[in-house]
Write a protein that binds this ligand. Structure first.
Ligand SMILES: [Fe+2]
Ligand SMILES: [Fe+2]
Length: 196
């Protein structure tokens, strides 16, 4: 069968696919995707191998992201005069930077090992895997900005506007990470448990 270029290439700026605008990716999103049955996954014997590890890793990233948001929200509730002390005691800057580093390391492993292996095993998932790669690139750029915003929490003249900016960055990053990890699981986990 002949494919046109548009069948093979993913237009990531299409709002149906872009990380900031899309709804959940399911088997309806791309041809070649396997059926998504999240409740049924733990019942499949293969789940205890790689899929459950991937989900635990994603859960640890999202937990760290939740903790960062809670901590920044609590910091904003403190009096301005004790801001520097609270930031020092709670380590908010380090929490933010550690989260970014953790996600970056995770992405590098996926880009270098996981996704090429999947593509070789499931060539029909090419467009879906391209969506994951585009997400990684977009998240990397978003985290470059967030790194500067979190880093500013260590400056001597820190005030609540810096904390508010860090909270806005952390909240926006959290939304992106939730969408990305959920959809990545929907693309990769059913495939790896399909027996193909
Ligand atoms: Fe990923
Ligand atoms: Fe991942």
């Amino acid at each position: 069968m002949q494919h046109s270029a548009s069948d093979l290439e993913l237009n990531y700026s299409d709002p149906r696919y872009h990380l900031t605008t899309r709804k959940e990716i399911t088997e309806q999103s791309f041809s070649g995707l396997f059926r998504v049955d999240r409740e049924g996954w733990p019942l499949v014997p293969e789940f205890i191998m790689w899929p459950s590890r991937l989900q635990r890793l994603h859960a640890s990233i999202l937990d760290a992201s939740d903790n960062l948001i809670d901590g920044l929200q609590n910091t904003l509730d403190q009096p301005e005069r004790s801001l520097q002390e609270v930031l020092g005691l709670t380590g908010m800057r380090k929490l933010g930077l550690d989260l970014i580093e953790h996600v970056e390391i995770h992405h590098r492993t996926e880009d270098k090992h996981v996704l090429p292996n999947f593509l070789q095993r499931f060539p029909n998932l090419r467009r879906a895997i391209s969506l994951i790669e585009n997400d990684h690139q977009f998240l990397d750029n978003a985290m470059d900005v967030a790194r500067i915003v979190f880093g500013a929490l260590a400056q001597p003249a820190v005030d609540k506007s810096h904390v508010a900016s860090a909270l806005a960055s952390a909240s926006s990053l959290d939304r992106l990470l939730k969408r990305h990890t959920h959809d990545e699981e929907n693309i990769l986990i059913p495939a790896t448990m399909s027996g193909e």
